[in-house]
Design a protein around this ligand. Structure first.
Ligand SMILES: [Zn+2]
Length: 184
């Protein structure tokens, strides 16, 4: 950040009164430009058949990690809830309508200044199709998941947590809530 988004003056870096962190400060209009982590919201869209659960993945048409597989997700917008963000991103990237159920995982990525949330979601139907940011969308059973072609480690962990919980559910358990700090 070089210039004040409020008045256009060049910014300086300093610690404001009653603060303990360096911030971008405008010497002209005195606005302090705080930078805080961004929230990324993903869904884990599932489709149940008689004896198998499949997960909807998207192959990325954009950088970073072009051509790799991911769960639908993206940055939360200002005017929406986290659930709405999960539903919107799933529609945009995979053309899929989902029923969002519970919050399943929270991952801190302090190195990237991000917090990632994952919601469990059930596909309403199988009329999904790649959106502009996806090359391909398809359902994968656990055996079919392209583990070495996943776009990000957060996606790998979310899927790992999911299938671990699925096994517990077959033995009478429930989906848990999984937190993870990815500190590099
Ligand atoms: Zn200013």
């Amino acid at each position: 950040m070089k210039f004040c988004s409020h008045c256009g003056h060049a910014l300086t870096i300093g610690i404001p009164p009653l603060d303990n962190m360096p911030r971008h400060i405008c010497p002209n209009c005195h606005m302090i430009h705080y930078e805080n982590p961004k929230i990324v919201v993903c869904s884990i869209p599932t489709w149940e058949t008689e004896n198998e659960t499949s997960i909807l993945l998207c192959r990325r048409a954009i950088t970073p990690r072009h051509g790799f597989w991911t769960l639908p997700g993206g940055f939360m917008e200002n005017d929406e809830t986290t659930e709405q963000a999960a539903r919107r991103e799933t529609k945009e990237e995979a053309g899929a309508d989902v029923r969002i159920s519970n919050l399943f995982s929270l991952m801190n990525l302090p190195v990237y200044h991000q917090v990632h949330l994952f919601y469990l979601a059930q596909l309403e139907n199988t009329n999904f199709a790649p959106g502009e940011e996806s090359l391909e969308t398809r359902l994968f059973t656990e055996k079919e998941i392209p583990w070495d072609q996943l776009a990000f480690s957060t996606i790998k962990y979310a899927l790992k947590f999911y299938f671990e919980d699925r096994k517990k559910i077959q033995n009478g358990g429930n989906f848990g809530f999984h937190t993870l700090d990815l500190t590099k």
